[in-house]
Ligand binder design. Structure first.
Ligand code: GS8
Length: 220
């Protein structure tokens, strides 16, 4: 890698947010150095310096310039490496893509939390129902298309894949199969996993399940 184009990702393997950045970098065939952060044991000085407001991963350092917040990072990657675009060029379609990315960011991970942070069965059942409702809304946006933007894999797919990487853990903890309620979403998910960029960046679902169990112990 030339000195003028260094790309470093402050990363955490199980993070739904870091996954978005890794997929976008793979989609653009960008060579980068991933630096794993120890979120529980102590964050690196570089992370604290690069994202002083939130102190969270992911942070992308492009030629030492930090970019924070995963949806912002994916949009940045799309602009900095313009070939093989992820966001549509049409202003209306771009606005739609940003709307759904925002919906996913506000609803999916937060709703999912109810499944692994709920103490009782009742709270978990409510969270399960809520998550299914949110995913059904996503199915509405997907319609009969292969990907959220149409025939081509793009921005909203990457944003949605982040929290979807925890769905296996939710299914195990909640004792349900999302496919039974949201078959279109499940087909979309399987389609995405067939992409080399996604397969390469994706964490092992069982490892994520163990991580979520550990987090629910710590935070629950
Ligand atoms: C969320 C990043 C985040 O929560 C984004 O990038 O989209 N809105 C942000 N990162 C977590 C790891 S994933 O659960 C994190 O860095 N946590 C450390 C902390 O909260 O101290």
């Amino acid at each position: 890698m030339s000195k003028g184009n260094s790309v470093v990702l402050l990363d955490f393997w199980g993070s739904p947010f870091c996954l978005r950045a890794r997929i976008a970098l793979e989609e653009k065939s960008v060579t980068y150095e991933g630096r794993e952060e120890n979120l529980l044991g102590g964050k690196s000085d570089l992370l604290l310096k690069s994202n002083p407001i939130h102190k969270k991963v992911p942070v992308l350092l492009h030629n030492d310039q930090p970019v924070a917040e995963s949806a912002n990072i994916v949009a940045y990657i799309d602009e900095a490496w313009p070939s093989n675009p992820l966001l549509p060029t049409n202003p209306y379609e771009r606005a739609q893509a940003r709307f759904w990315a925002d919906y996913i960011d506000k609803e999916v991970f937060e709703t999912g939390k109810g499944i692994w942070l709920s103490k009782g069965e009742e709270g978990r059942e409510v969270a399960k129902k809520n998550l299914i409702e949110v995913v059904k809304n996503l199915e509405g946006a997907l319609g009969d298309k292969s990907f959220f933007g149409g025939d081509a894999f793009g921005y909203v797919d990457i944003i949605a894949l982040g929290p979807a990487s925890w769905f296996y853990a939710y299914e195990k903890i909640g004792g349900f199969k999302l496919e039974a309620y949201c078959p279109k979403f499940s087909s979309w998910f399987k389609r995405c996993l067939q992409r080399p960029s996604v397969a390469k960046a994706f964490p092992d679902p069982e490892k994520v399940h163990q991580l979520v169990l550990k987090l629910s112990e710590i935070m629950g």
